[in-house]
Design a protein around this ligand. Structure first.
Ligand SMILES: NC(=O)c1ccc[n+]([C@@H]2O[C@H](COP(=O)([O-])OP(=O)(O)OC[C@H]3O[C@@H](n4cnc5c(N)ncnc54)[C@H](O)[C@@H]3O)[C@@H](O)[C@H]2O)c1
Length: 261
C-alpha cells in the first residue's frame, strides 16, 4: 500500500474515532505507520482534537486530519472520503466504526428509536463500504474495509432489539461486499466485540451500578474479564496487514469466549 508520504504505510479513515474503540483504532493505526483521518460528530469535536494531539505528541511525523460528519448522511460520508483523498492523496483502509446503541424492551421501542439506530449503524456502514470501495477500486491497489458488528450481531439480547438487528445487518453487508470486492484486492471484515469498556458500555449500564454490571459480564466470559479497546484495535491492526489477505467476509468475535460461532 502506498500514499503520497513516503514513510507512511498508507491512509486510514476511522469513523466515530473521538472516543472508545474508534479512538484506540486511530491511535493504533497511526503507531503502525498510517496517516489517519479521524471523524466524529460535531458534538464530539473537542475529543477528536485531543486524539489528534495525542497522536502527534508521540508521532510527530504522522499526518492526522479531522473531518467532522455524520455517517448516516450520505453526503457526509462522500465528503469524508473526498477530504481524505484531497489532503493525503489516497485511501487504503476504511474502518466504519461509528455506531449507537439504545437499550429498550421491544414493546417500548418506538419507530424513531428503531430508525435512528438503523440509520447510523446500518446506513452509515453501507455508505462507508460503498464510497470507500468506489475510491479503492478507482485507485486499483486493493484495500482494507472493516465494519463494527457486535456480539449482539451474533445472538439476540433482551432490550437490544434495534441494536441487534443493526449489528446482524453488518454481517450481511460485510459478506456481500467481500464477495463483490475480493477480486479488486479489497478485503472486507468486521469485528464483533463482546463487552469492551467504553463510554457506550458505561451508557448501557444506565442507572445500575457499573461494577455489578461489569462483574456479570466478567462472569459470562471464559477468560473472566472485560475487553479493552486495545483488544479490538490490535485485531484491526492485523486485518489491515498484507498477511491478512486471505481473511475476508468474516465477522470476528472478540469477546473473551462468551459466544462460539
Ligand atoms: N463497547 C462495546 O462493548 C461494543 C461491543 C460491540 C460492538 N461495539 C461497536 O463498536 C463501535 C464503537 O463502540 P464504542 O463502544 O467505542 O462506542 P462509543 O459510544 O464509545 O463511541 C462511538 C463513537 O461514534 C460516534 N458516532 C455516533 N454516531 C455517529 C454518527 N452518526 N456519525 C459519526 N460518528 C458517530 C460517537 O460520537 C462516538 O464518538 C460501535 O459501532 C459499537 O456498536 C461496541
Amino acid at each position: 500500500m502506498t500514499s503520497t508520504q513516503s514513510n507512511s504505510k498508507g491512509v486510514a479513515v476511522i469513523t466515530g474515532s473521538a472516543q472508545g474503540i474508534g479512538r484506540s483504532i486511530a491511535i493504533r493505526l497511526a503507531v503502525d505507520g498510517y496517516d489517519v483521518v479521524i471523524n466524529d460528530l460535531e458534538s464530539n469535536k473537542e475529543n477528536l482534537e485531543e486524539v489528534k494531539k495525542e497522536i502527534l505528541a508521540d508521532l510527530p511525523e504522522r499526518r492526522v486530519l479531522i473531518v467532522l460528519g455524520d455517517v448516516s448522511v450520505e453526503e457526509d460520508v462522500k465528503g469524508l472520503i473526498e477530504s481524505a483523498v484531497k489532503e493525503f492523496g489516497n485511501l487504503n483502509v476504511f474502518v466504519a466504526n461509528a455506531g449507537i446503541c439504545k437499550s429498550k424492551p421491544l414493546l417500548e421501542t418506538t419507530s424513531d428509536d428503531f430508525e435512528s439506530v438503523l440509520s447510523v449503524n446500518v446506513k452509515g456502514t453501507f455508505y462507508s463500504y460503498k464510497y470507500a470501495a468506489q475510491q479503492m477500486i478507482a485507485q486499483g491497489e486493493g484495500g482494507r474495509i472493516i465494519g463494527a458488528s457486535s456480539l449482539a450481531g451474533k445472538k439476540g439480547h433482551a432490550s437490544l432489539s434495534a441494536y441487534c438487528a443493526s449489528k446482524f445487518a453488518i454481517r450481511g453487508l460485510t459478506q456481500s461486499a467481500a464477495i463483490e470486492l475480493g477480486r479488486n484486492g479489497i478485503t472486507v471484515n468486521a469485528y464483533a466485540p463482546g463487552t469492551i469498556q467504553t463510554p457506550m458500555l458505561a451508557g448501557l449500564a444506565g442507572s445500575a451500578d457499573y461494577n455489578d454490571v461489569y462483574d456479570e459480564f466478567k462472569r459470562l466470559s471464559s477468560v473472566g474479564d472485560l475487553g479493552t479497546t486495545q483488544d479490538v484495535s490490535s485485531l484491526v491492526s492485523y486485518l489491515v496487514t498484507p498477511e491478512a489477505r486471505f481473511i475476508t467476509g468474516q465477522t470476528i468475535t472478540i469477546d473473551g469466549g462468551i459466544h462460539f460461532d
